[in-house]
Design a protein around this ligand. Structure first.
Ligand code: PAF
Length: 307
């Protein structure tokens, strides 16, 4: 059944998570458009978690203008957000809701520089998905999604929040609404700070991190993230982070993390928004984070080696 008060959803980029959202929309009869950054990158097929093949054959043409009943979804990397926001800014209304879904931190700040008035929502998901070629995406790990209003939300109304929640519940389920989305984002940050660099450096799937060899490093990364989070007034303990990290390692065991995929494909990874963000915040607070610093530098050096 179509959702009341919803026009269309517009998904920026045609990456793994954006494509998952598009399939969810198609399955639920929600009108959507998926706008790849390059026309030859458009996802046309998704292999579901259970192995079913679904053609994305209801993709609408890219809109000229978005209405306030539309929803702009930006599942692109943190470092691509500023440019994507600038590109869409002339096409949206002051009260068109915008939903950000990305790993790491700092995305809201860069989008806010451009979209000064729009109501912004933030989501984080632990679903694993990967682009297996230019036109196909595979859903590799079943996760869950959390969404809430950005702390600086300007024009958001209860009705709009409900609409965003309903869309995501259909497109990236299961979804929970978070009054304190920042805590959820920091939890996901810890998950990414562990899984992403370690899988990229050791060239392994997420599941391989469930071995004694990595226990110590995982513990150290979580201790450092918890310390920095607490200094930023986010109420998180290291034990809680470790528990969550182990859960996602188990749930996405066969997945190659997004950073592993980026490094293998010689693309810029989300390193600066993940371990780099922790290092920066730690510096500001005068906290020593040697393991995150090492991982941030190691991934930077891998990126430098691209020929
Ligand atoms: O970045 C990723 O790959 C994902 O956020 C996650 C949850 C770690 C699964 O691989």
């Amino acid at each position: 059944m179509p959702l009341p008060n919803l026009g269309r959803i517009h998904i920026v980029g045609s990456g793994a998570i954006g494509s998952l959202i598009a399939v969810g929309a198609q399955h639920n009869n929600i009108a959507y458009s998926l706008s790849p950054r390059r026309a030859d990158q458009l996802t046309q097929r998704l292999i579901t978690y259970s192995g079913q093949s679904i053609l994305l054959n209801q993709n609408l043409p890219e809109p000229e203008k978005l209405a306030e009943t539309d929803l702009l979804i930006m599942p692109v990397k943190a470092h691509q957000l500023a440019q994507a926001a600038a590109q869409w800014q002339p096409r949206i209304q002051d009260n068109t809701p915008v939903l950000l879904v990305h790993n790491g931190m700092g995305g809201l700040e860069s989008v806010r520089e451009v979209l000064k008035k729009q109501p912004i929502y933030l989501a984080t998901t632990s679903h694993g998905a990967m682009k297996i070629n230019q036109h196909e995406v595979k859903h590799t790990g079943f996760g869950r999604t959390m969404v809430g209003e950005a702390p600086d939300n300007r024009n958001g109304s209860g009705e709009q929040s409900e609409m965003v929640m309903k869309v995501l519940s259909r497109c990236l389920q299961p979804v929970t609404w978070q009054e304190d989305i920042e805590r959820a984002l920091w939890t996901k940050l810890a998950i990414n700070a562990v899984i992403n660099p370690l899988t990229a450096i050791y060239d392994i799937t997420n599941g391989k991190l469930d071995s004694l060899q990595f226990r110590g490093q995982i513990g150290d990364i979580c201790d450092e993230v918890a310390q920095v989070a607490q200094a930023c007034k986010i109420d998180l303990t290291s034990d809680f982070l470790k528990e969550n990290v182990q859960l996602i390692i188990a749930n996405t065991a066969n997945n190659y993390s997004s950073m592993h995929q980026d490094i293998s494909a010689k693309r810029t990874s989300e390193n600066d928004a993940i371990n780099g963000f922790i290092v920066k915040q730690a510096e500001k607070k005068g906290i020593d984070v040697p393991v995150n610093t090492f991982l941030h530098n190691k991934i930077k050096s891998l990126e430098k080696n691209y020929s």
